[in-house]
Design a protein around this ligand. Structure first.
Ligand SMILES: Nc1ncnc2c1ncn2[C@@H]1O[C@H](COP(=O)(O)OP(=O)(O)OP(=O)(O)O)[C@@H](O)[C@H]1O
Ligand SMILES: [Mg+2]
Length: 263
């Protein structure tokens, strides 16, 4: 199963991704893929060291950009028109298909059954945009075969850019994290539209829900698609402030996982 966790900046995507991964890892093999080039804290929430950028596996961003210019080849070795998706094209970057056991260990952090990989971060002033990270994310996901007990949870960057890059086309579902803000509630409609366009089911996780605002949050989304209502929890906030692992078990996350496992 491939799950994209998305939402507005600061809505709680990384928190939900980390809690979900830890809960799902009790019964599944989980890979968390960090595609947020400008956040540096997900690994701490999972209690791991920061993984090396997968982009380095391909020689770094500069070399990756060079490879991007090469025409795609068909699986029979012949040339196809650049960019045309014939279904037989071989990746310009991957020589063979990967499953979890092929993931290069020097780019994977692991704790229990949770693996963490990061596509790439912005490290230096003036190094250029993050578009190559978007391309690598798309190709990596296209090239990854999952076994029946494998789950990929993608912690996306804030907002909508990953939809523009077409990263979300291979997901089974989008989990949209909604915090109590006008912007987030507005954006939830847009995420619904993107979900329809890329053929993914869209579900919502309401985050930082408090009794006096619950009704308003529920009214702004399609109620049947709300899978969890996570309360505002001081422990979560404090742990992230100190850069500590999220060791909390929430019944809302347990129920969410139960639902996901039965899809
Ligand atoms: N249910 C919650 N209760 C209390 N605090 C929360 C809750 N969910 C998230 N937070 C806090 O909100 C802040 C933002 O959370 P988080 O980093 O998960 O958001 P994000 O959507 O991943 O942000 P970004 O867009 O920057 O990647 C953190 O300080 C986190 O601890
Ligand atoms: Mg985040």
């Amino acid at each position: 199963m491939r799950i994209a966790v998305c939402g507005k900046g600061g809505s709680g995507k990384s928190t939900v991704s980390a809690l979900l991964a830890k809960q799902m890892a009790k019964t599944k093999n989980v890979l968390v893929l960090d595609i947020d080039e400008s956040n540096y804290g997900l690994h701490t929430q999972l209690g791991m060291a920061a993984p090396r950028d997968l982009m380095e596996y391909f020689g770094g961003k500069k070399s990756f950009k060079e490879k991007q210019k090469a025409p795609k080849t068909s699986s029979l070795g012949g040339l196809t028109q650049t960019g045309a998706n014939t279904g037989t094209q071989q990746s310009r970057f991957f020589k063979s298909r990967w499953s979890f056991s092929d993931l290069p260990s020097e780019f994977v952090e692991k704790k229990g059954e949770v693996r963490l990989m990061a596509v790439g971060k912005i490290h230096d002033f003036g190094e250029g945009c993050a578009c190559p990270m978007g391309v690598l994310t798309r190709e990596f996901l296209e090239n990854l075969d999952l076994g029946k007990d494998d789950v990929v949870i993608v912690d996306t960057e804030a907002g909508t850019e990953h939809f523009g890059r077409g990263v979300d086309k291979d997901f089974d579902l989008l989990l949209v994290v909604i915090d109590p803000s006008y912007e987030s509630l507005k954006l939830s409609k847009k995420f619904g539209e993107f979900g329809n366009q890329c053929g993914c089911k869209v579900y919502f996780v309401l985050n930082r829900v408090e009794p006096d605002i619950r009704e308003e949050m529920l009214n702004s989304v399609i109620g049947v698609n709300v899978l969890a209502e996570i309360p505002a929890k001081r422990e979560l906030f404090k742990a992230s402030l100190k850069g500590e692992e999220l060791d909390l078990e929430l019944e809302e996350i347990e129920k969410l996982v139960e639902f996901l496992e039965n899809i």
